[in-house]
Design a protein around this ligand. Structure first.
Ligand code: GDP
Ligand code: MG
Length: 177
């Protein structure tokens, strides 16, 4: 929207979804605070963090929402999705079942948000190469079939975390500007 002085400001809601323990909370803490927690517990209460970046000389704010651990009960509420314009759909490259769940998460996303939501498939924990259970190729193929961006990340060693968020935020910006 516009504010006084003709300067534009942008605030985008981005949700992070995916099975329990794939690293959603750590992706957010790595991006927003450059923090990682080896023993992180499920968040209590819905939480979001706001991060700013500059695009075309404009301040773009992303309000990034993390599930409150509700994903364990397969009951992420519609309030969580309301108003979202971007989504990171996350699996753990070392746990096959979390990749198999992606279709279900995409279905859920589609029931709550319209198809214009910018979406990225994220294969997290790429530092766990020695126990990899999903190949890069499989991730790419699924992403291509579903029309998603794709990236492998590691919240542990920071690989591609900033990049993943920035690509999705840039894409949202492209969609609205
Ligand atoms: P969430 O349930 O999806 O929010 O997952 P968490 O962020 O709570 O992470 C679950 C567990 O995986 C924690 O023990 C984290 O320390 C660990 N974890 C998260 N991201 C990574 C990563 O990129 N690499 C590795 N090796 N472990 C990770
Ligand atoms: Mg969490």
């Amino acid at each position: 929207g516009r504010r006084g002085g003709g300067e534009e400001e942008y605030l985008f809601k981005v949700v992070i979804i995916g099975d329990s323990a794939v690293g959603k909370s750590n992706l957010l803490s790595r991006y927003a605070r450059n923090e990682f927690n080896m023993h992180s517990k499920a968040t209590i209460g819905v939480e979001f963090q706001t991060q700013s970046m500059e695009i075309d000389g404009k301040e773009v704010k992303a309000q990034i929402w993390d599930t409150a651990g509700q994903e364990r009960f397969r009951a992420v509420t519609s309030a969580y999705y309301r108003g979202a314009v971007g989504a990171l759909v996350v699996y753990d490259i070392s746990r096959r079942t979390t990749f198999d769940s992606i279709t279900r998460w995409l279905d859920e996303l589609n029931t709550h948000c319209d198809t214009t939501v910018a979406r990225m498939l994220v294969g997290n924990k790429c530092d766990l190469e020695n126990i990899r259970a999903v190949s890069v190729e499989e991730g790419k193929i699924l992403a291509e079939a579903e029309g998603l961006f794709f990236m492998e990340t590691s919240a542990l060693d920071s690989t591609n975390v900033k990049k993943a968020f920035e690509i999705i935020i840039q894409e949202i910006y492209n969609n609205v500007s």
